[in-house]
Design a protein around this ligand. Structure first.
Ligand code: PTJ
Length: 258
């Protein structure tokens, strides 16, 4: 689709096009298009910008990834379609492994995602076909199937745009869970150890940058960042930000004057 350069909603429309293209390539599930719409709504509420509460979470997430013994980036259809190059860059910078893990799992789609990530420079992509031979107990969706070399033995897992059930199951297994979710009220946002309330298209490049910046720091410094981070406070801050923003907007003249 040809989106005019001066279209006021150009950025947002370009993101939609990436998802639609991903859907046509067999990477994004039809439900992924709906999930994106929910995300867009929350993005409006936070002003479509990375806010302070997200920056705090990004710093803690970068430190946690660098401290991990075995970190894994869990990739679904939406994440693969929107930020494939940053998934690869983050894996390179942090030493994390990449694993495909789908809610609406089909053999074709997991293979398409793997090939897409490999074409963006990924060295290895776990969790596809026979490799997803382990199971996360107490989880009944297709997301229970994981790689015994990846999520099963991971200590830190990054799960952008995750469903609540699996985040809770990962927590019960004692994993340290980092998520990127525009909805500060989602079960995933509330169950995770670190929630980056931001659009994955803005958060992932910033996370890559932060990991590269903190890479030279000693473990004590990184541990201090993680231990002083409080996810509940960050979620509260996100909600307060949205509330104040809406109250401020509600006191203004909202009519668009052409
Ligand atoms: O590829 P699959 O089969 O694994 O399926 C992926 C989806 C996303 C369809 C699946 O995980 C799903 O149904 O997720 P949910 O339960 O709809 O949760 C997605 C969460 O991500 C919601 O809280 C959305 O607000 C949020 N979200 C959507 N788009 C973005 C986002 N958060 C950050 N950046 C986005 N671009």
């Amino acid at each position: 689709m040809n989106i005019p350069a001066n279209h006021p909603r150009r950025e947002s429309l370009l993101i939609r096009e990436k998802l639609v293209e991903g859907f046509k390539k067999g990477i994004v599930a039809p439900e992924g298009l709906i999930a994106h719409g929910r995300g867009e709504c929350f993005d409006y509420l936070i002003g479509e910008k990375t806010q302070g509460f997200a920056l705090k979470a990004i710093e803690a997430a970068a430190a946690a990834l660098l401290l991990a013994n075995h970190a894994v980036i869990s990739v679904n259809g939406n994440v693969a379609a929107l930020v494939p190059e940053h998934v690869v860059k983050l894996a390179e910078a942090s030493g994390a492994l990449i694993e495909v893990n789908l809610f609406y799992r089909t053999r074709e789609r997991e293979e398409a995602i793997k090939q897409f990530l490999l074409s963006h420079g990924a060295r290895e992509v776990l969790g596809v076909g026979e490799d997803a031979s382990a199971t996360i107990p107490e989880l009944f969706s297709e997301r229970r199937r994981v790689s015994p070399r990846g999520i099963l033995i991971a200590d830190v897992v990054l799960v952008p745009l995750e469903d609540g059930d699996r985040t809770e199951a990962l927590k019960r297994l004692g994993k340290y869970v980092i998520t990127i979710d525009l909805n500060p009220l989602s079960r995933t946002a509330r169950a995770a150890d670190i929630t980056i309330v931001d659009n994955v298209v803005r958060a992932m490049p910033l996370l890559v940058e932060k990991v590269s910046e903190l890479k030279g720091e000693d473990r004590g410094f990184l541990k201090n960042i993680v231990s002083s981070y409080n996810n509940n406070e960050v979620l509260q801050e996100a909600l307060r930000f949205i509330t104040h923003r809406l109250l401020e907007l509600a006191s203004k003249d909202l009519k668009l004057h052409a």
